[in-house]
Design a protein around this ligand. Structure first.
Ligand SMILES: [Zn+2]
Length: 155
């Protein structure tokens, strides 16, 4: 179901800022497509102008689709006007419970095109050391930022 999220999370799709980090900054973090700013998830999904035509096509399909599904217009507005909401919708719509399973499948199909538009770099194998960008915990929304487990002073 969450094929796209898995793809990003498991590092099949490596973004340039990760590549830069793994190279100890020998490699530029800038987006290889536009070279304007570091390529992180937000840049890749929402900002890169080189992907704007694909992105716009996707958004143009997605909006009427949600209208057809009888989603409230206020909800649709909130999804598309808020960067984080839209990003979330594209990367992992499965946590949006106002979507039915069928609708989630349709959205994932739409978004896949945007993800695969970026895959010329996917043949480079950096995957072994990639940390997941996005937690794969489906059920636990509260522990996203817990870094300190309190076992610093064992002795
Ligand atoms: Zn770019």
């Amino acid at each position: 179901m969450a094929a796209i999220k898995v793809k990003i999370a498991t590092g099949i799709m490596i973004l340039q800022y990760q590549r830069s980090r793994f190279s100890k900054n020998c490699i530029s973090a800038n987006c290889p497509l536009c070279n304007i700013e570091p390529e992180d998830v937000t840049h890749f999904i929402l900002k890169c102008e080189k992907l704007s035509s694909i992105r716009n096509r996707f958004i143009q399909e997605l909006k009427p689709f949600l209208v057809d599904c009888n989603k409230p217009s206020l909800l649709i507005q909130e999804l598309f006007n808020d960067e984080e909401n839209l990003l979330h919708l594209i990367i992992d719509c499965t946590t949006y419970h106002f979507l039915t399973f069928k609708e989630q499948v349709r959205i994932e199909t739409l978004t896949r095109e945007l993800i695969t538009a970026r895959t010329p770099y996917a043949d480079v194998d950096f995957s072994a050391k990639t940390e997941p960008l996005i937690s794969s915990d489906e059920n636990d929304e509260s522990s996203a930022c817990s870094e300190d487990n309190g076992d610093d002073f064992v002795s």
